[in-house]
Ligand binder design. Structure first.
Ligand SMILES: [Fe+2]
Length: 398
């Protein structure tokens, strides 16, 4: 039962692999008011979907699997569906000048419009969400084509972000009705790994000052999520900026949503900068789970992806070895790749963060390789934020 629920229609990564990759825990689904199977897709609205779909193939090693656009009868926008293991990204861009996607892009720039969730029973989830005070944006309905039927609905979360709820148990097509299967349109470099990441580990939301607890309680109340960890105040403060962060997750931790709000620092925090340039709350970063972060970082760097530069002092600190103990790669290798490492009572994790991938200083990525740790790199926050602030300073936003 646990296994059946943990595996979604999307998986071509085994339950055992996922358990290590994203840190699954056992969960009794009986009585779960809002049983979530997995992330269905991270859905982006961007200024140029055609070129962004190229980027995620060439730089993130993802496979193009489906497409909808003017050539398939969708005159309003282009939509590219990309996969890497159990992770699915959908990249949408307006074609017709009156497309609402262009209004979204004018306001927010390239960003995440929808964190879509695969659920077993759309109607049960919507009923529970409505009774708990959530805003239902789209009522449950069905769409069909020759591959079967999908049941869909959508509820609102922070800012203009939504959670589409998808039951695809009666559907065998490449994504949703209206999409055609496509093959990779960008050749893979010779000798490239099969894929650079296997799953989405977590998606972080930045919300306004003073509203984090409200959204934490939204996920508890509406979606039955549980608290995973809590970092507040000094835990994530540097001399210049600070933030508060709490993490909510579905029962088995397959879906994890850290929520950040700015805290008062001497200067403007990275969360304030995001809220200004995204023009409101939104998804700040997506963490991608890999089982070989060294190979992933090497391949992404070779493809031109830029990562935050952790200072030498992080690796030369004599306390680092004491803090992290034995990890699978030598510190010299971590230093060469600027990968961060953190340990807690359950194990350790390796992680690294990209610079923002669009024009605005908003959305970025994390790569994470978990070895037992269910955390988020709390011990790295200070070292990391100091590195982020050096970048903010270069942009004149500190
Ligand atoms: Fe993260």
């Amino acid at each position: 039962m646990l296994r059946a629920m943990a595996n979604s229609a999307l998986d071509d990564v085994s339950y055992h692999q996922l358990r290590q990759l994203v840190g699954l825990v056992d969960h009794d689904l009986a009585g779960d008011p809002f049983p979530v199977r997995a992330m269905d897709a991270v859905v982006f609205v961007v200024g140029n979907a055609t070129q962004t779909a190229h980027f995620y193939q060439s730089a993130f090693g993802m496979d193009l699997v489906a497409y909808s656009g003017p050539e398939t009868g969708n005159a309003e926008y282009k939509s590219f569906v990309l996969r890497s293991g159990s992770a699915r990204f959908v990249i949408n861009g307006g074609v017709r000048p009156d497309s609402p996607l262009l209004d979204h892009h004018r306001r927010h720039g390239d960003g995440v419009a929808d964190l879509a969730l695969e659920v077993a029973d759309v109607d049960q989830c919507v009923e529970h969400a409505r009774a708990s005070g959530a805003t239902v944006l789209t009522e449950p309905h069905e769409v069909s084509d020759e591959h079967g039927t999908v049941r869909l609905a959508a509820i609102a979360t922070y800012g203009e972000t939504r959670h589409t709820l998808v039951d695809r148990s009666r559907y065998s097509g490449p994504y949703l009705p209206g999409y055609e299967a496509r093959d990779r349109s960008v050749p893979k470099p010779e000798g490239a790994p099969k894929r650079l990441f296997q799953a989405v580990d977590h998606c972080v939301g930045n919300v306004e000052l003073g509203r984090m607890d409200e959204w934490v309680s939204f996920y508890h109340r509406v979606m039955g999520f549980v608290n995973m960890a809590e970092f507040v105040g000094d835990d994530i403060a540097t001399d210049y900026s600070a933030l508060m962060s709490k993490v909510v997750a579905n029962g088995n931790h397959r879906v994890k949503f850290p929520l950040n709000e700015p805290a008062v620092g001497k200067k403007r925090s990275q969360i304030d900068e995001f809220l200004e340039f995204y023009d409101g709350p939104g998804c700040q970063h997506i963490a991608l789970a890999t089982n070989d972060i060294i190979a992933t970082v090497e391949a992404m760097r070779a493809a031109g992806v830029e990562f935050l530069n952790t200072p030498d002092s992080y690796y030369d600190d004599p306390e680092l070895r004491a803090r992290i103990g034995e990890v699978r790669v030598p510190i010299e290798t971590l230093k060469r790749h600027r990968i961060l490492v953190d340990r807690d009572e359950d194990g350790y994790l390796l992680q690294i963060f990209t610079k923002p991938v669009g024009d605005r200083p908003t959305v970025f990525y994390e790569l994470i390789e978990r070895h037992g740790s269910l955390g988020f790199g709390k011990g790295n926050f200070k070292a990391l934020f100091e590195a982020i602030e050096r970048e903010q300073e270069r942009r004149g936003n500190l």
